[in-house]
Write a protein that binds this ligand. Structure first.
Ligand code: SAH
Length: 259
């Protein structure tokens, strides 16, 4: 008897959204339910992981700041190996895999090894977290553009293009910027931004633990310290933040686990 054809593996790079499992796409849910193995990051919420069937293997890839459980090269190699074993692999990432998610790097390795892959977009934090905080990022009375930047510190300083951040009629959304927030506020004011420019920091957006702290460039570093906010936090800077007071609709205590 001829041996059966080897099953060909595939890696699905799937965005899980910001936390609330109901923000996943239908395609993400379907692929999770069919996965042989799910390789997931720290930002993926427990509610999302509840969609992984008990028989599927789960591999935690880490990625908390300063605590890379698996190094990026190890993750890349693991994905190639699992797919070459014929497995249907879901590589699950918080938010959208192509927005500050290193999804592109992982796909480059898969492509180099001839491994089949697909990408499933997710609701990125800027979009999901701002919605749940009641902050319309481009309300036309206040902003004509919106910038997504990473505030990740390199050598202790946030190495950002400051002049482009302080343009008027613009909203700036900062991913991974909590540690660098004092420096970011300081640099923006030093580059001409109004110290009274509104700013919001949202912790655990869309989850039952969501917290929104608002202030101005001048007051925010102190406020965030006093509030004791913890990662993940998204920072939104711009006049649109004023709308939070009247448009905040989400009561975190009411967040329920999807059944
Ligand atoms: N690919 C992800 C971003 C990964 S970078 C996406 O598209 O959303 C990680 C950063 O995203 C965090 O440091 C934080 O700034 C932001 N973030 C992700 N989920 C968040 C959440 N639920 N609440 C607040 N910030 C979040």
């Amino acid at each position: 008897m001829k041996p059966p054809f080897p099953r060909t593996g595939c890696v699905y790079l799937v965005g899980a959204g910001p936390g609330d499992a109901e923000l996943m796409t239908l395609r993400a849910v379907r692929l999770l339910r069919q996965a042989d193995v799910v390789v997931y990051d720290n930002l993926v919420s427990k509610d999302v992981l509840d969609f992984v069937p008990p028989e599927a293997e789960r591999i935690y890839a880490g990625k908390r700041r300063n605590e890379h459980t698996l190094r990026q090269e190890q993750i890349n190699a693991l994905l190639v190996k699992l797919a070459q074993e014929g497995k249907q692999v879901v590589r699950l990432k918080g938010g959208d895999p192509f927005i500050f998610g290193r999804g592109g790097e992982e796909l480059q390795t898969l492509a180099a090894h001839g491994v089949a892959f697909e990408v499933v977009p997710g609701v990125t934090a800027a979009s999901g977290v701002s919605s749940y905080a009641g902050i319309p990022l481009t309300h036309r009375d206040y902003a004509q553009s919106c910038l997504f930047v990473t505030g990740h510190l390199k050598d202790g300083t946030a190495d950002l293009d400051w002049p482009s951040l302080v343009r008027l009629h613009q909203t700036v959304v900062i991913y991974m910027g909590l540690g660098g927030l004092p420096e970011i506020c300081h640099q923006m004011m030093a580059h001409g931004a109004d110290p009274a420019l509104p700013i919001a920091v949202v912790q655990d957006g869309s989850l039952s633990t969501q917290r929104v702290v608002t202030g101005t460039l001048a007051t925010m570093p102190e406020r965030v310290k006093q509030a004791g906010l913890k990662s993940p936090c998204l920072t939104i800077i711009g006049e649109v933040v004023k709308l939070h007071d009247s448009l905040a609709w989400f009561t975190p205590a009411m967040a329920v686990t999807a059944t």
